[in-house]
Each structure stands twice: as structure tokens, then as C-alpha cells.
Write a protein that binds this ligand. Structure first.
Ligand code: SAH
Length: 445
């Protein structure tokens, strides 16, 4: 078959970060091409309505194109790595505006809050360990695939990650540790997680094994103790299940403590390997400060915090409100939230485990009401029943924290149709160089 090579004008990006061009009645998706660029690409996977394009040459680069800050061009991690940071922030604010406009919502979108230096920001890294073609290796997935890219020096991770991975690699080599074979569901080690308490300097390393039979763990523990004395927690996590979820439920502490501590917004938190915690500490401070500002608490308010996780926002709200009720699906997170309240001497916050769509209505029927409700749902947004109950409860102020502009816009449209008005919309860049954008919205009745 002869090659099909086309010159294409890139007009926008897909939600995976690929450039989009029109070619006759087809849309062509070109990984690595930026909006405003003219490129040549070889087409493949040609279907009636669309095709993929392999980028060959950038004929006319975007003024916002810049040298990649990372040498791992195949890695699927930083989809916007070749776009100037200021342009990334503008694109993210635009993305929020477009999602709202698509639902007929009008609002002034504040400029996206960015980082002064958008590298080394992650306090948690999760690496896959796979056996491929007989070789076991640690790394991230390539774009659109389950092929590994070994990227120990990933520039968005914390500074001590390479030192930890070097010891893990040495141990894997010395004891011939087999990575995970996804197809056969075999092997010994399937993942490595690193977690950092940025404010405390404590570090955790979690080895994720298929079973409890890894050889040489004493040698690894000794080597880590010597080479990385700042490592305060080494945990073996066992996950015998099939599937993409890396962490399992069973854990054994090999060195130090089962948790590390971190500080956020002046509060202390203890984190296990399993705890949900925002991964960009500098931006989390800005996100939570915005949410608190939008809640405009005077000390007299009854507040609900829906989808509260381990109670981070709830406890910040509790310091400024009369009382806070946190609701969260995951039982362990609620246990952590209660412990976090105690750790920080906060007694005006209570936490309930269950589905927000059921619990909110139940608590409301029992006579609980709210002046301010904060919502921070997962990517798919709120269940319709949550919004119905909120409209019935009619709190004066809603603060919606969202990680997906489309589900956000859908939920806001329903709330606005039910009597709320969009007051403020603030995008926050929690994941520089990725396509993700977090948004905080203030609604008033
Ligand atoms: N506000 C927290 C966590 C937000 S992440 C923080 O900033 O740290 C979203 C949370 O929603 C997760 O903890 C998830 O477990 C929880 N969740 C998902 N579906 C839910 C549901 N139906 N009801 C209540 N909580 C839910």
C-alpha cells in the first residue's frame, strides 16, 4: 500500500492532547501537533469519518511551541509538554469557558491560577513494573498503549524519586525480580509508589507485589536505610487481582511507619499509601484558599462538605464555620477524616460514610440543614439526586470544586435552572503540562 501523506492545519486539541485537523469530511488526529500549526503527517487507521496522523514535520510552528523540558517524548504523561506554560493556562481557562457556553451558561472566567515554576510539583508518583519481551522494567505507559517508558528522571516528580528507584532497580537486578505480565497475570512486582510529605520532608515507598513472596526484602530494606536515610516509611502492598488498579488492600510495613505526615493550610494530616490526597501541594493551597474565600464564612454557618475524602477541605472550613458535616463514599477515608479532626483538635466537624446521593437527603430529613455547601465530586460530577436535594435544601451559597469542565457545566446548568446564579469561576492548574483543569465555582441563590 502506498503511503498517504497530507499537509494539515491543526485547529484544536482532543481531550487526550492530540492535534485535530479537517481533511475533506474527515477529522485527522495528530499526536504532537499544536493548534495553529501546519504540519505534514502520514495517515493511518483511515475510517469513513476520521483518521490518525503520524507527525512527520512541523512546517509552520505555533508561536507557543517550545523545546520539550523532558527527553522522554514517547511518554504519555505530559500531553502539553511542548506548549508554552502561559499558553497552557490560557487554553485551560478557555476550555472551562467553552464547556459552560455549550450549556448556555455565561460567566466571567478568571485567568487560570498557575505555578511560578511548574516542575517537580508532584508529591506522589505511581510507576508500573512490567515484564515485556523478557525484560522487567519500571516506568510509565507510552501514549495510547501499555508499553513502558523507563523515566526515572521524570521532571514533574519530586526530587528524591530517582534515588529511591535506583535502589529498587539494583534489588530487582540482584534478585532477578520479575515485573508483571498483564496477559498471563504472572510475575512478582507490579508497581512502585512514592509519596512525599512536602511540608515535613517525610518520604514513603510502596512496593506493590502480586503475592507475599518477594525475595531479598531484607537486603532492599538495608540498602534503602543506608542510601536514603530520609525514607520514613517502606511498605509492601499485596495486590493479587487482575486489572489496571495497581494498589491492593493488604499491607505490611517493612521499615519505619505505615503513614507519613504532611501539612496543608496550617493543618496536619497522616497519609497511608491508600489515602487520597491532592498531588500538587503548592496549587492545592491555592485551590483550597479559593474555595474558602468563595464560602465567605463568618463563623455562624452550618456547612456541608460533599465528597470530602479524608476531610482536608472540611477541616479548613470547620475553623471558620459553626459546624461542618462531611460526606464521603469510602469508609476508610471517613475513618481518616475523623482521625485528622482529632489530630488537629477540631471538634465541630462530623463525618459520615456513604453515597452523597442517599446520605444528603437522609441527613436533611433528620433536620440537618446548611447555609453553605461545598461539593468536590469525582470526574463524572454529581448524581442528579444530589442536585435535587440541594435545590430543595436551598443553601444560600454553593461552592463547586470540579476536575472536569463538562460534568461541571452540566451540573451548573441544573443548579442555575433551579434558582442559583453563577457568581465566580476560578480555574486552577493542578496538573501543569497535562490537559486537566480544576475549577472552583461560587453559586449564590
Ligand atoms: N475533597 C477531597 C476529595 C475529593 S475527590 C479533597 O480535596 O481531598 C472525590 C471524592 O469523592 C473521593 O474521595 C471519592 O471517594 C468520593 N466519592 C465518589 N463517589 C461518591 C459518592 N457517590 N458519594 C460520596 N462520595 C463519593
Amino acid at each position: 500500500m502506498s503511503k498517504v501523506i497530507e499537509t494539515l492545519d491543526i485547529t484544536s486539541l482532543t481531550d487526550k492532547g492530540d492535534g485535530i485537523a479537517s481533511l475533506g469530511s474527515r477529522r485527522v488526529f495528530v499526536a504532537g501537533a499544536l493548534p495553529g500549526e501546519t504540519v505534514t503527517a502520514e495517515l493511518f487507521g483511515i475510517k469513513a469519518g476520521y483518521a490518525q496522523g503520524q507527525l512527520l514535520e512541523v512546517l509552520q510552528p505555533s508561536p507557543a511551541r517550545r523545546e520539550p523540558f523532558c527527553r522522554h517524548s514517547e511518554c504519555g504523561g505530559c500531553q502539553l509538554g511542548t506548549l508554552d506554560y502561559q499558553a497552557q493556562l490560557e487554553m485551560k481557562a478557555e476550555r472551562v469557558g467553552k464547556a459552560l457556553a455549550a450549556r448556555g451558561l455565561e460567566a466571567d472566567i478568571a485567568p487560570c491560577l498557575g505555578m511560578s515554576s511548574p516542575l517537580g510539583y508532584r508529591n506522589k508518583s505511581l510507576y508500573n513494573v512490567l515484564a515485556q519481551d523478557g525484560v522487567s522494567d519500571i516506568g510509565f505507559f507510552k501514549k495510547h498503549s501499555h508499553q513502558l517508558v523507563a523515566a526515572d528522571d521524570c521532571p514533574v516528580q519530586g526530587d528524591k524519586v530517582p534515588a529511591l528507584l535506583a535502589e529498587v532497580r539494583r534489588w530487582m537486578h540482584d534478585f532477578a525480580i520479575q515485573g508483571y505480565n498483564e496477559a498471563e497475570h504472572s510475575g512478582q512486582l507490579r508497581g512502585v509508589m512514592v509519596r512525599e510529605g512536602r511540608a515535613t520532608g517525610q518520604w514513603m515507598l510502596v512496593l506493590v507485589a502480586l503475592g507475599d513472596n518477594l525475595p531479598g526484602l531484607d537486603a532492599l530494606t538495608d540498602a534503602l536505610g543506608k542510601a536514603c536515610p530520609w525514607l520514613t516509611s517502606l511498605v509492601l502492598n499485596i495486590n493479587p487481582e487482575r486489572g489496571n488498579r495497581i494498589l491492593g488492600h493488604e499491607e505490611r510495613v517493612l521499615l519505619g511507619s505505615a503513614v507519613i505526615e504532611d501539612r496543608l493550610g496550617g493543618l496536619n494530616f497522616a497519609l497511608s499509601g491508600q489515602s487520597f490526597f491532592q498531588i500538587n501541594p503548592e496549587q492545592t493551597e491555592k485551590l483550597y484558599a479559593t474555595a474558602l474565600d468563595f464560602a465567605a464564612l463568618t463563623g455562624a454557618e452550618q456547612v456541608f462538605d460533599l465528597y470530602c475524602g479524608i476531610g482536608t477541605i472540611s477541616l479548613l472550613l470547620a475553623k471558620k464555620a459553626k459546624s461542618v458535616v462531611g460526606i464521603e463514599l469510602v469508609e476508610q477515608a471517613i475513618i481518616d477524616a475523623r482521625a485528622n479532626a482529632e489530630r488537629n483538635g477540631i471538634s465541630n466537624a462530623e463525618f459520615h460514610a456513604g453515597k452523597a446521593e442517599l446520605l444528603l437527603a437522609e441527613l436533611n430529613q433528620q433536620g440537618h440543614n446548611a447555609d453553605v455547601v461545598l461539593l468536590d465530586p469525582p470526574r463524572k460530577g454529581c448524581d442528579g439526586a444530589v442536585l435535587d436535594t440541594l435545590l430543595a435544601m436551598a443553601p444560600a451559597t454553593l461552592v463547586y470544586v470540579s476536575c472536569d469542565p463538562d460534568s461541571l457545566a452540566r451540573d451548573l446548568a441544573k443548579l442555575c435552572a433551579g434558582g442559583y446564579r453563577l457568581d465566580k469561576v476560578q480555574p486552577v492548574d493542578m496538573f501543569p503540562h497535562s490537559l486537566h483543569v480544576e475549577t472552583v465555582v461560587r453559586l449564590v441563590r
